[in-house]
Design a protein. Sequence first.
Lengths: 114, 111
Amino acid sequence: NAGVTQTPKFRVLKTGQSMTLLCAQDMNHEYMYWYRQDPGMGLRLIHYSVGEGTTAKGEVPDGYNVSRLKKQNFLLGLESAAPSQTSVYFCASSPERGGPPEQFFGPGTRLTVL
Amino acid sequence: RKEVEQDPGPFNVPEGATVAFNCTYSNSASQSFFWYRQDCRKEPKLLMSVYSSGNEDGRFTAQLNRASQYISLLIRDSKLSDSATYLCVVNPGGATNKLIFGTGTLLAVQP
């Protein structure tokens, strides 16, 4: 099992460009999450999903959109990138409620917006 | 006040030393607690869960004090490979398995 995978691993954008980050998990997990990690700020939740076809806002959702059309995939979109969105983006997944709420992380995407 | 607070460090310790990290959380209704480990430029990975009775996994011991809203991690006989950032993590409860992450404590074990 690959666990949680993310593509791309690195990306450089110019201000105003758009892009989509893809997260895929092969553990049949119900819940998926997108975080950003910045120095001194820790991991902050952008959006999350509790099942196929559902999405919800996290702590810092502005400037991002998400979709979960298939259970195994969770997409994060930046419609018009800004330098403030330069960060490391992590996707995570978790089994449905009832078990330990452990989250399994992907390897991250390093995004630079110029 | 941050929901989860940790001393950012760095903690520089020699090999073989014992080191302790502390963490406080603000939401008294929090349900479960964890320590995650994050190596440089890598993703966070679960190190251990933290239970009220305290729990041990080899050289690592975690403690929870719900009355003081305080979590600790003790590492005995530090190894060079223990060098990493240790994240204190709290599950506030609810149906979404959301986790709140501290900013992490950096540990550097010196030869």
